[in-house]
Write a protein that binds this ligand. Structure first.
Ligand SMILES: Nc1ncnc2c1ncn2[C@@H]1O[C@H](COP(=O)(O)OP(=O)(O)OP(=O)(O)O)[C@@H](O)[C@H]1O
Ligand SMILES: [Mg+2]
Length: 207
């Protein structure tokens, strides 16, 4: 059955490098949405990568609120540049369809007082969690869900990315009391030519 997505959502993950950008790219294409990465650390930006692999026009890539050079946790990258990440500076783009990608996971610090979960709670969008499929993912995913629930975030579900692991998906669904929306169990390089078909494969009616 096709996954029903709200028009605007936040994509977080259990860690850095788990596939948030990969999933965000599929969603931006499949939902005809604008993509926004509010806090980017590292000069190779997720927005640039996304544009290359989806072919989205520039106007569907909303500019980052913070573009930090060092590929480090935002609080540290900002500190090194003498930048203060302020929670007042995140204006949610008023696009009808929007995919927002976090940096790292929910407990990543943004400044001395705030974590990524504070930004997620402030933006108040439904949240999708991207998780690895391998050993360790149950713990990371349940901890992430617990944090989101503590802050009354609406959880859309979990996307499990990596080699097929039915037992881990079942455990995430059962212990996490959450829907596993998709299992992306194939490594396929994204490109403008296959992004829409991959969205259909994982999130469409026959997914
Ligand atoms: N299913 C997949 N098939 C092929 N490549 C993938 C897949 N999932 C992730 N990748 C690749 O793995 C790398 C890490 O994934 P990705 O950049 O999406 O992680 P991320 O969670 O967005 O990381 P960050 O915290 O840096 O934003 C990227 O090069 C991405 O293209
Ligand atoms: Mg990313």
């Amino acid at each position: 059955m096709a996954v029903e997505f709200p028009p605007r959502l936040f994509v977080t993950g259990t860690d850095t490098g788990v596939g948030k950008s990969y999933v965000s790219a599929l969603l931006a294409v499949g939902l005809a949405a604008t993509y926004w990465k509010p806090v980017q650390s590292g000069v190779e930006t997720d927005a640039d990568w996304l544009r290359c692999v989806t072919g989205l026009p520039a106007e569907r890539l909303w500019p980052e609120s913070y573009l930090l050079r060092a590929p480090l946790s935002p609080h540290e990258a900002a500190r090194r540049e003498g930048v203060q990440i302020s929670m007042d500076s995140f204006a949610l783009p008023q696009c009808q369809r929007l995919v927002v990608e976090g940096a790292g996971g929910v407990m990543v610090p943004l400044n001395e007082k705030h974590l990524m979960i504070d930004l997620i709670a402030e933006l108040a969008l439904p949240v999708l969690v991207v998780a690895r499929s391998e050993l360790g993912t149950i713990n990371h995913t349940l901890l992430t869900l617990q944090q989101l629930r503590q802050r009354d975030c609406s959880i859309l579900g979990v996307v499990v990315n990596g080699p097929a692991n039915e037992a881990n998906c079942r455990a995430i669904a059962e212990y996490g009391k959450v829907r596993v929306l998709a299992e992306i169990d194939q490594r396929v390089d994204l490109a403008p030519a296959n992004a829409a078909a991959l969205f259909e494969r994982y999130f469409g009616a026959n997914g």
